[in-house]
Design a protein around this ligand. Structure first.
Ligand code: NBP
Length: 478
């Protein structure tokens, strides 16, 4: 029996994707560097579908129908290159190598170019939804040639999550586009989690609402415009009591947040693209600060707070909800801005409505909001910024007074709200007619003759600061 797809790398993600494929009726050839994982999978779940056991990459290749489809699910980085190097000499022109791990999009671009030179397809696929998503239906973001999608798309769509019956899997674009979009998804995920944390901190440290009571508040919020997987699980985590101590679970967990690097990649890429992704960046920095435990302990003892006494508004909980919503919208707006910048830089024709549509189910940032974001980009009049889509312009306007109140209260109480406040600064910066960047340009011209443009006439100018301060035109830019 020829297998329709092979999976190499059978740790948690690979094993679950292989099972998902088999449960959907595909014959799946299994391979792992060490045979134990292959056998464990067959022993525990071999009856879920048609699997072919293989011990070597040669056996894996021989077991597949042509053109061959091989899904690599090994650890991101050097292991992916190592598997590709061993695999490619065994393949025939037209075969398709798929990398479903969390690879950096630049690596995917490099690998795609190398394999294209050997007449092989390389498909870099972003997969979101963790372990459970991989088994039951993840959100899938495939990049690579359009032709390769004809071969792998139907399979990926079949095993993906469904939103009202629609698969959460679409061809994203060439080479690294799929992994880029997955990376931005993760950046938004960081910001989403940070704004939830800031809301929790304000309600606890500002309003004295205990985690169990906050669980009910988050549950209520989940019934409205904030409805999303992350808000839903926040209610679950806040409502959980630690068995050992009887304390709220959240009070016994060390407050130092880990990261695997995709948030950092998003911010580095945003800096390279010149995309103002301040909310996402602050969320990555917030995790970094949380991990500087030594400095934090010393600072608690020695840095003054001078917090003010503030009377909280009657509707403080609702204010916090609105601030969270507005900040979340800004994170999505910034993520989408990055996608637009990347499309121009890398020559991808990213369809923002389709990208929003495939995040609606299966992935960690799934949220009701994504349906509205999809609609905002579906028509011909695509907004230059998500916040300029009429529905969102109106929604955020309704949140602004509460947002300002919450950020001011947080500042007075000494509660750090880096994403709430950076998002508000972005919003105000975006809507400001004149920014102090004019002064920046003046300073740059004085110290470095970097030149400037004028508001009243075309051309490039320089002022002779060190001489008679006359203005000269047409100077070379540095
Ligand atoms: P891991 O990232 O933990 O990788 C373990 C697998 O890589 C094992 O099959 C291991 O084989 C294999 N491997 C390694 Br390590 N080095 C290898 C090499 N040089 N040659 C061949 N195989 C090698 O697995 P995972 O957690 O299932 O994740 C797989 C991919 O999916 C990663 O890129 C990850 O970032 C991504 N991802 C994970 C999640 C998640 O929730 N875990 C979610 C989304 C995406 P062995 O058994 O012989 O050691």
């Amino acid at each position: 029996m020829s297998a329709q797809i092979g999976v190499t790398g059978l740790a948690v993600m690979g094993a679950n994707l292989a099972r998902n494929l088999a449960r959907n009726g595909y014959t799946v050839a299994l391979h792992n560097r060490s045979i134990e994982k292959t056998d464990a999978l067959l022993e525990e779940h071999g009856d879920e579908g048609d699997f072919v056991r293989t011990e070597t990459l040669q056996e894996l290749v021989d077991s597949l129908e042509k053109p061959r489809r091989i899904l690599i699910m090994v650890k991101a980085g050097a292991p992916v290159d190592s598997v590709i190097e061993q695999l490619t000499p065994l393949l025939d022109p037209g075969d398709i190598v798929i990398d479903g791990g969390n690879s950096h999009f630049e690596h995917t671009r490099r690998r795609e170019a190398t394999l294209a030179g050997q007449d092989l397809h390389f498909v870099g696929v972003g997969v979101s939804g963790g372990e459970e998503g991989a088994l039951l239906g993840p959100s899938i973001m495939p990049g690579g040639s359009r032709e390769s999608y004809d071969w792998v798309g139907p399979m990926l769509e079949k095993i993906s999550a469904k939103y009202h019956g629609e698969p959460c899997c679409r061809w994203i674009g060439t080479d690294g586009a799929g992994h880029f979009v997955k990376m931005v998804h993760n950046g938004i995920e960081y910001a989403d989690m940070q704004v939830i944390g800031e809301a929790f901190d304000l309600l606890r440290s500002g309003a004295g609402i205990e985690p169990q009571d906050q669980a009910r508040i988050f549950s209520d919020w989940n019934a409205g415009t904030l409805s999303s997987y992350l808000i839903e699980i926040t209610a679950e985590v806040l409502g959980h009591t630690d068995d050992r101590t009887g304390k709220p679970f959240v009070d016994v967990v060390v407050d130092s947040a880990g990261q695997k690097g995709t948030g950092r990649w998003t911010v580095v890429s945003a800096l390279e693209l010149g995309s103002p992704t301040s909310g996402i960046a602050e969320s990555v920095f917030a995790r970094a600060l949380s991990s500087q435990q030594d400095q934090r302990v010393l600072a608690q003892e020695s840095l003054a707070g001078h917090e003010a006494t503030v009377e909280l508004p009657e509707n403080f909980v609702e204010d916090v909800r609105l601030a969270l919503y507005a900040s979340k919208l800004v994170s999505y707006a910034q993520g989408i801005d990055m996608l637009t910048a990347a499309a121009a830089e890398y020559g991808w024709e990213l369809k923002l409505d389709e990208i929003a549509s495939l995040w609606r189910a299966g992935c960690i940032i799934r949220a009701e909001l994504l349906d509205d974001i999809m609609k905002a980009y579906a028509g011909k009049d695509r907004p230059a910024n998500l916040l300029l889509a009429p529905a969102f312009t109106e929604a955020i306007a309704g949140a602004v007074p509460a947002w300002r109140r919450v950020v001011s209260i947080a500042v007075q109480l000494g509660i750090p709200v880096p994403v709430f406040s950076a998002s508000l600064a972005y919003y105000d910066g975006l809507r400001r007619e004149r920014l102090p960047a004019a002064l920046t340009q003046g300073l740059r011209d004085l110290f470095g003759a970097h030149t400037y443009n004028r508001v009243d006439t075309e051309g490039t100018f320089h002022t002779m600061w060190g001489a008679d301060r006359s203005e000269v035109e047409g100077v070379d830019t540095h």
